[in-house]
Design a protein. Structure first.
Length: 175
């Protein structure tokens, strides 16, 4: 391939090197396993920069870790709100760390905290899988959930945005 992206066709190595030198550029092997190998006439420094830039873009798209904090005596509405947030994070492909905090005499009833963490795990089972099992560390119980593949996720507590918007539009047009 030429420096502007045009196809130069199959040519001998010596001809390709000579053509690259006349343009003041380098001959870079792009696909060595292809038959015949594919080479490109480019500035090698710029080529390496583009590859590193491309790999950085891929890395930044990785999953982030979001944290949801619970208390043992959480109200049902507050619980549902936090589970909805966790579900939204998982739907976006983020991992969720569920942390339950004990205060004061709540430590005497750790089984209540364990039940709550298990309830969160069960409620989010259609969206996630347990990455690290619930562990008691000091005054906290911590568990990490990883999202399921996008085609296996099923939301329990909130509808996807598109469905909400279509229902709102239907309600507005019917009103």
């Amino acid at each position: 391939m030429g420096s502007t992206g045009e196809q130069l066709g199959v040519m001998r190595l010596t001809d390709a090197l000579r053509r690259a030198q006349t343009l003041g550029l380098d001959l870079v092997e792009v696909a060595p396993t292809a038959n015949p190998p594919v080479c490109k006439i480019v500035d090698f420094g710029k080529f390496r920069y583009d590859i590193s830039k491309h790999s950085k873009d891929k890395k930044s798209a990785g999953a982030k870790l979001k944290e949801i904090k619970f208390r043992v005596n959480i109200d049902e509405h507050d619980y549902l709100t936090k589970v909805r947030h966790a579900e939204e994070f998982l739907d976006r492909g983020n991992k969720v760390r569920v942390q339950l905090q004990f205060r004061g005499r709540e430590m005497a009833h750790q089984e209540l905290g364990t039940h709550l963490v298990e309830k969160v795990r069960d409620d989010l089972s259609s969206m996630s899988q347990v990455e690290t099992d619930p562990k008691i560390a000091g005054r906290n119980i911590t568990m990490t959930l990883a999202p399921l593949p996008a085609n296996r996720r099923k939301r329990k507590f909130t509808m996807p945005k598109e469905a909400e918007e279509s229902e709102e539009a239907a309600a507005l047009s019917g009103a």
